[in-house]
Design a protein around this ligand. Structure first.
Ligand code: BT5
Length: 331
């Protein structure tokens, strides 16, 4: 109902629409219209009530409100179940709760702010209110548990395509789960799963995209290594639009995987990769070595040629990859 009211107000703005007209168009009472208008105002929509004229939509809040997302979402199924909160610990945790309760395949959880955003290996993810896209998706892929890293690669391609659609943005994927812009971290992806022997119950793909985090807000230890889209984009970024683009890409790519297998995604991933062909330092819990990143295989495993010529298979999850030449994330 709220979405329908907004659509009518949006189409008519800056002209007002009377409560009577809204009520008759939607087949409800004027009191129901009034109540829904109050609820929209509480969500942050600025709606003026002009005496004897009706309601005018004056401003839409810069928030990831489900009604706004539904307006822009072009997917067939992904994100149709969507849970939005102002603040949460982690959208991955939210998704897991919904998944354990039996939510639909493709459920999305999105938050303005995460107070306990998580990276891999118990690292944190800085997620300030209203400055990024912090969201997670539940998928039930027909893969084997060991193939779950494919989800991270898939998501990385979906996200890099979406961010690169903005003028001035030329981001690239750093294996396994980062998207870098100007050699700095723009996006982090955390894939988690619930599985039994030989069967995935669900995966949760969590994505954090820095959209417009002001430099002074970034914790000092991340200032040199983190970047926002707004730092480079030569056009304004609307977070709702960006989210809708990512979800549309993700659905499209996932359906390709289901129909044709993973090869087409691998080809795209390779095109967007900044890792392949580079000398990298692999930092695993028990060993550190340098080698050339040759390729990734069909399961998303990175193949690194060590200095002695042998090829190491590097699994995501337990390693960090650094440039063997420069410092930090810089490639
Ligand atoms: C990641 O881990 O990059 C995965 C981050 C996933 C975040 C999303 S947000 C939605 C969903 N809900 C969650 O709780 N998580 C997911 P990793 O490769 O381990 O990198 C973590 C490291 O990135 C940290 O140790 C910091 O050094 C750095 N970092 C933290 N916040 C950052 C930010 N906003 N921008 C750039 N770098 C950041």
């Amino acid at each position: 109902m709220r979405g329908k009211i907004l659509n009518i107000l949006r189409a008519s703005a800056p002209e007002p629409v009377s409560g009577e007209e809204l009520a008759s168009k939607l087949g409800v009472s004027r009191t129901a219209i009034w109540k829904n208008i109050q609820a929209l105002k509480e969500e942050g929509y600025q709606i003026a009530a002009l005496t004897k004229k009706g309601y005018v939509l004056e401003n839409i809040p810069d928030k990831l409100l489900p009604v706004e997302i539904a307006q822009q979402l072009k997917t067939k199924w992904l994100g149709h179940e969507l849970h939005y909160v102002d603040s949460t610990g982690s959208t991955n945790a939210m998704c897991k709760t919904y998944a354990n309760e039996g939510c639909t395949d493709g459920t999305v959880c999105v938050a303005e702010e995460q107070t306990g955003g998580r990276g891999r290996l118990s690292r944190g993810w800085f997620s300030p209110a209203g400055k990024g896209l912090w969201f997670s998706v539940v998928l039930e892929p027909p893969f084997l548990p060991e193939e779950a890293p494919k989800c991270t690669l898939l998501a990385a391609v979906a996200v890099v395509k979406a961010v690169n659609s903005y003028k001035g943005v030329h981001a690239a994927i750093k294996w396994p789960n980062d998207i870098l812009l100007d050699g700095k971290k723009l996006v982090g992806i955390l894939t988690e799963m619930s599985a039994e022997f030989g069967h995935i119950n669900y995966v949760v793909i969590g994505t954090g995209i820095n959209v417009c985090v002001p430099k002074e807000m970034v914790p000092p230890e991340l200032r040199d290594s983190a970047i926002s889209l707004a730092d480079k984009a030569k056009e304004p970024i609307n977070r709702v639009e960006l989210l809708a683009k990512v979800l549309a890409n993700l659905e499209e790519l996932y359906e390709i995987v289901l129909k044709q297998g993973f090869k087409p995604i691998l080809a795209l991933w390779r095109n967007y990769s900044t890792t392949l062909g580079k000398m990298v330092k692999v930092i695993a819990p028990d060993t550190t070595y340098v080698g050339k990143a040759l390729d990734i295989n069909e399961d998303g495993i990175l193949l690194v040629q060590k200095e002695d010529g042998t090829i190491a298979e590097v699994l995501a999850g337990d390693v960090s990859i650094r440039s063997a030449l420069g410092k930090g994330n810089k490639y």
